[in-house]
Design a protein around this ligand. Structure first.
Ligand SMILES: [Zn+2]
Length: 75
């Protein structure tokens, strides 16, 4: 599938990404999320099913598999 960014000649390819979302003010990181990533500009697409599953995971407040260090760049 061709990239949706205007002027970008890239194609989306299936990859597993590290997805970061902000939920209730906190940064939440989800690893190995299936996504389509442009091979040129890196634009990322998640399909609706994946997005809904992530939202479900956040709502259930299940215990995370691991805690990750969080660094603040803008200090
Ligand atoms: Zn692109």
């Amino acid at each position: 599938m061709k990239c949706s960014i205007e002027g970008c000649p890239g194609e989306y390819e299936g990859r597993k990404i590290v997805h970061t979302v902000r939920f209730q003010g906190k940064v939440v990181v989800i690893d190995h999320v299936p996504a389509k990533v442009c091979s040129v500009c890196g634009d990322t697409l998640l399909n609706l099913k994946t997005t809904q599953r992530i939202e479900g995971m956040l709502q259930k407040t299940t215990k995370p598999e691991a805690e990750v260090p969080l660094y603040e760049y803008a200090k």
